[in-house]
Ligand binder design. Structure first.
Ligand SMILES: Cc1cc2nc3c(=O)[nH]c(=O)nc-3n(C[C@H](O)[C@H](O)[C@H](O)COP(=O)(O)OP(=O)(O)OC[C@H]3O[C@@H](n4cnc5c(N)ncnc54)[C@H](O)[C@@H]3O)c2cc1C
Ligand code: FES
Length: 253
């Protein structure tokens, strides 16, 4: 785990107000695994003690990429960063996705900005595994396909792709999913993750989810990010230290 001041290289604007910031950070790029996250202090002057957690979206050589949209003050400051300015990064943090298990097809299920960790995931997936990506949003504005492969799209209002939720779309494609051994990897709004849990258990599919929580320290000290665990031993796990990626059967969503 490092604390580094890293130089912003550029900010790329995707459609729908989504930004991708490219940052020179050899320390992080050489260590980070798909699904791990960084705790970022966007400014020395604004909430100096409070960092903001972000997934690493992609890695190219010594550069890392973060994907975000402007929600509050932290992401507003991040959006205004220009080449040569710095951000203060703590990371890599947490546990990422387990890519090496016994399965033939990785089924990505992403809702809205839940697409953020998957471009790097796609890059790092072992060559012998196939990918199919299910991407959902309420409307076409929320559909993010950046860096994904073999994409099927759903929107609740039918403005793009299949009309319905991404779970409806998975159910429509059950025949494809039942061919060979699959593992689901998902990130998105909590309601979607709850539905993914039900879907995975009902169909007996392996599934890992990346979950979000309010965070402070980012590495297990403050106890500020509990998630209820289904195991009898520990009542709570910490999202920052034990996650953010969990086997969906191990947590209460
Ligand atoms: C492990 C992890 C990985 C994350 N990865 C990403 C990522 O790759 N890209 C990204 O854009 N965001 C990601 N987030 C969420 C991100 O940390 C928040 O969006 C960010 O902290 C907002 O900071 P802010 O100062 O702009 O907003 P704040 O001022 O903190 O909040 C502004 C408004 O947004 C709401 N808000 C804050 N956080 C969230 C959230 N997580 N979900 C929904 N509403 C929220 C607040 O309730 C408030 O209404 C991640 C969070 C976690 C825990
Ligand atoms: S954020 Fe401090 S313990 Fe998780």
């Amino acid at each position: 785990m490092f604390i580094v001041k890293s130089l912003v290289e550029k900010t790329i604007e995707l459609e729908n107000n989504i930004l991708v910031i490219k940052v020179y950070s050899p320390e992080i790029s050489s260590e980070i695994k798909p699904g791990q996250f960084l705790n970022i202090r966007v400014s020395e002057t604004y909430s100096p003690l409070l960092r903001r957690p972000f997934s690493v979206c992609d890695v190219e050589g010594d550069f890392i990429f973060l994907m975000f949209n402007v929600l509050g003050e932290g992401t507003k400051i991040l959006a205004q960063k220009r080449k040569g300015e710095t951000i203060d990064i703590l990371g890599p943090l947490g546990h990422g996705f387990n890519l090496d298990d016994d399965y033939q097809t990785a089924v990505i299920v992403a809702g809205g900005l839940g697409a953020a960790p998957f471009p790097y995931f796609v890059k790092k997936l072992p060559n012998d595994k196939r990918i199919i990506s299910f991407v959902g949003g309420k409307t076409n504005n929320e559909v993010i396909t950046y860096g994904l492969k073999n994409i099927l799209i759903s929107t609740d209002d039918g403005s793009l792709g299949f009309k319905g939720t991404v779970i409806d779309l998975l159910n429509e494609n059950l025949e494809i999913l039942n061919k060979g051994k699959i593992k689901i990897f998902s990130c998105g709004p909590n309601a979607m993750l709850k539905a993914i849990k039900e879907f995975s258990i009902k169909n007996n599919f392996e599934c890992e989810v990346s979950i979000e929580s309010a965070m402070a320290c980012g590495f297990g000290i403050c106890q500020g990010c509990p998630v209820e665990s289904t195991s009898n031993k520990e009542k709570y796990s910490l999202v920052c230290k034990d996650g953010p990626v969990f086997n969906v059967r191990d947590i209460v969503l």
